[in-house]
Design a binder for this molecule. Sequence first.
Ligand code: TNX
Length: 495
Amino acid sequence: MLIKNKLLLLFFLFLGCGAYSSKVSVVPKPLETKTQKGIFHLTKDTRIIYDDHEFQFSAEYLGEVLSNAIGGKVEVKKSETVESGSINFRIDKELLEESYKLEVIEGRVDISASSGAGIFYGAQTLLQLFPPQILSDTGDNSQLKIEGIKIYDEPRFNWRGAMLDVSRHFFSVKEVKRYIDLISMYKINRLHLHLSDDQGWRIEIDSWPNLAKIGGSSEIGGGKGGYYTKSDYQEIIKYAKDRQITIIPEIDMPGHVNAILASYPELNPDGVAKEIYTGYGVGFSTLDLENELTYKFVEDVIRELADITPGDYMHIGGDEPDKTDKKQYKEFISWVNGIVNKYGKTMIGWEEVGRAKITKDTIIQKWKPNSVIKRDNIILSPAHKTYLDMKYDPMTSLGIVWAGMIDIKNSYNWDPLTVYNNLDEDSIIGIEAPLWSETLWDINDVEFMAFPRILSYSELAWSYPENIGWSNYSGRLKEQYLRLDELDVNYYKGN
Ligand code: TNX
């Protein structure tokens, strides 16, 4: 008995020493990591110093997190001079666009990059080197230190995406920002917003105001829906851009268009507006491709949307055109391709657009589990591996199962090169995890389906094959749970 108590006492003493394990649990796993001598303590005297104006946002962002953690004010300043006791963001033009170097030496942290993206990613890695309490705002800084380390990191794929369906259920600007906050911690750099579908139209278009007014007034299950004003949309874009995320707007056509047909009678072949639709079905609606007004409508929407979208891309959907004549579908997609290019954007479409003649730069998003289409410029979204709306297991209360169930291990254990009959690595621009929202009502539901699976996709897209492996990842993932706990993320806690 006595011995057992002594052992317990020793155990608690050990914990109490604050010996936070120095194992590196960063997700996605950095390319090269080496521990070295030195230690850096976060204190009320810590300063963040940056030498290039491009780094200002990341410096202030990090400053805010660290200030909350220590319950004081971490000073942030622009200067060429490195000081001891500081975290230094330094420009290094030799480095690749999104890469960074991070070094913790005695009493100092240096992060260098050639761009704002690299510095932001370095700052995210730095936060993950601290113990999880760095994300709490208790002001207890007794444990907040990092041991010496040297990291060089760069991404494998340039497209590391998430998609959020804001049509089937609408999510507010605040909810979208929360999602951006969380995914940007894991170096995801694209957020594709599915802005229209049968159940709702979510973006204000001045030349066709009923789209938002009528088309935006519904959602699955009969809720009140909603839409983004142009200034809402721009607020989301700015928020995402600061966090190195490009917003990709999608207007789905020529199928998935009931909300459009409900907003304007004149876009219907019989001149009668469709009823608003609040069910789950797909594949029942089509634009009238014999009506000239349809083409004016589409061009107006693309022009206005391109105008308020600084990113290079526009997604035109193109999926499940079950009610569209096959020949007309192909002609329409080729025509839309020209319109998207006319307004200065690269077109993206779900893989069905590959049936039509499209320009070489067009990006195809593969989603069907048995997809055979081969092309340059592919985004991988295999439904049976990356669809965040698939249930984890039969007990999951949210989600659907048409592509199977995807538990955490299954979300991680697949290879981008072989998931579809040996694609050429050069043809893959990256991975995107779509979250369709038929069964999701609010951000809590979104968090439950996306976390922790989205961390798998972040690692598969960022890390090189030699750094990918389930047993190592699952250990790091456990440590990430403590961080998600600090942020009150409603993540799935099963297997
Ligand atoms: C297929 S994937 C769809 C969506 C649904 C989703 C549900 C794709 C391009 N279309 O309309 O919401 O399945 O998982």
